[in-house]
Every structure is written in C-alpha cells, then in structure tokens.
Write a protein that binds this ligand. Structure first.
Ligand code: ADP
Ligand code: ADP
Length: 221
C-alpha cells in the first residue's frame, strides 16, 4: 500500500476535523478524495505531508511513518496544496531548479528539463511565473511537486479556480502522471473523480462514508 492511514483524529479546539479516519491507497492508482467543503480533505492531506500533526492515529507513505520520519517521508511525496503559493517574480525554469536544489535533486538540470516536458511548459520555461495564466501556473505547481521524482503525489483540489478548458487539460495531465505514480486527489466534484480516478474515498464531516471502485460507487449514486 502506498498510503495507509489508521484511526486519524484531528481536533481544532472542540471542532472535529477528522473523526478516526482509516483508509489505504494502493500503488500506481489515481484515487479521488471526494467531499464537500469542510469535510476534512485538506486537513488529511496536510497530515500526510507533515504540515500538521494529528490529535491521534498513524499515517504511513510507502511504509514510512510520516509522523516519526517526516523528512524521509517528504522525499517520496510530492504535494500540491490548494492555493499553491508560487514566486511570481521567478522564471519558471529558475524556480524549478531552486525547488530541486532544496531537495538536493541529482542531475538537476536534466530532471528539470524532464518535468518541464512532462507538464508541457517548454514554451513557458523562460517566462516569469506571474505572467502565466492560472492553468499554466498550475502546471508549474505540478512540475514543482514532481521535481524530486516522488512515488506519491498528493494534490489538493488541483482544478479549483480554473476555467473549463484548463480543467480538461490539467485532468488529462494528472491522468498521464498517474500511470507511473500513486496520486491522491481531493475534489468536491464527482465528475472529476469519474473522469480520472479508478477508486474513490468519500469523506463527510470528518468520517469516511464510502471507499471503493469509482464504477461501483457511481452506480449506487
Ligand atoms: P476541506 O478540505 O474538506 O474543505 P478542511 O480540512 O479544510 O476541509 O476542514 C475541516 C474542518 O476543520 C472544517 O470544519 C474547518 O472549518 C476546520 N478547520 C480547518 N482548518 C482549521 C484551523 N486551522 N483552525 C480551526 N479549524 C479548522
Ligand atoms: P488569470 O488566470 O485570470 O490571469 P492569475 O492567476 O494571473 O489570473 O492571477 C491571480 C492573482 O494573482 C490575481 O489577483 C493577480 O492580480 C495576482 N498576480 C498575477 N501576477 C502577479 C505578480 N507578478 N505579482 C503579484 N501578484 C500577481
């Protein structure tokens, strides 16, 4: 299992954001993490990517305990947060080299060229990030998440705020990336899951309410 979450509870004061959540995600699948606003999706993703510790419970990525070994876990996780902060004054290629250098990526220039190719931003690589459309900014975000060649990608609402054409393009890019990596993608849109996710985990008010193949769950809905 690429991602394994066991009994994770997260309280913010009295507010229960996650209520003893357990699930696992097998390798090399695109799994949708579906739920309405406030369901607990971002909180779960932040726990996996080590931004916040849970109140209780355990989380593993490729067998590594993300709470006990956060630095090791980060090496195998690529994370694209919701409203990913980008440095608008950086040039695209320069920015990706900067991020890669933080991760001490080997053969950095070659790897950056590779992720530029994968995410289709060759024409934009020498432009300033601030000058790009939202769709292309999101491609830079995906390139940034991929630069250290993680085996697991965690994408928080990756198509939110994009226009319909950009949504189609970003979905197809994620689908392509998902052929070689484990992808956990959060969304509040069922059609997004139906379009690109083999499996689906549905969360509502901090509880997992369904977990299975998208086909099965879509047929019940
Ligand atoms: P989603 O990503 O599904 O929209 P979140 O994980 O952002 O859900 O939020 C889950 C619940 O936790 C919500 O009720 C939200 O208001 C609350 N919450 C999230 N972050 C914080 C925080 N930093 N402080 C207090 N409450 C929070
Ligand atoms: P659009 O896709 O409609 O062009 P953007 O993603 O470019 O929208 O802009 C999103 C937000 O970022 C806007 O509020 C915009 O003013 C701001 N922004 C765009 N470029 C820069 C920049 N170089 N520096 C700071 N903020 C910027």
């Amino acid at each position: 299992m690429s991602i394994r979450v066991e009994g994770v509870t997260k309280l913010y004061g009295d507010q229960v954001a996650l209520n003893g959540v357990s699930f696992s995600i097998p390798s090399n699948q695109v799994v949708g993490f579906l739920g309405p606003n406030g369901a607990g999706k971002s909180t779960m993703m932040k726990i996996l990517t080590d931004y916040i510790p849970p109140t209780s419970g355990k989380a593993f990525v490729d067998g590594i305990d993300v709470l006990l070994n956060p630095i090791e876990a980060k090496r195998i996780i690529g994370y694209l947060p919701e409203n990913n902060p980008l440095y608008y004054d950086f040039y695209v290629k320069e920015y990706l080299e900067f991020v890669g250098s933080i991760y001490k990526v080997e053969k950095l220039k070659a790897r950056v060229a590779e992720v530029i190719d994968i995410t289709g931003i060759g024409y934009e690589q020498n432009k300033k990030i601030g000058s790009l459309s939202k769709g292309y900014k999101q491609r830079v975000g995906l390139a940034q998440a991929l630069v250290h060649n993680p085996s697991v990608l965690i994408l928080d609402e990756p198509t939110s705020g994009l226009d319909p054409n950009q949504i189609v393009e970003i979905r197809s890019l994620i689908e392509q990336i998902g052929r070689e990596k484990t992808v956990m993608l959060s969304t509040h849109i069922m059609q997004e899951v139906e379009a690109i996710c083999q499996n689906i985990i549905i969360i509502d008010k901090g509880d997992i309410v369904a977990n299975g193949s998208t086909k099965e769950i879509a047929s019940l809905a």
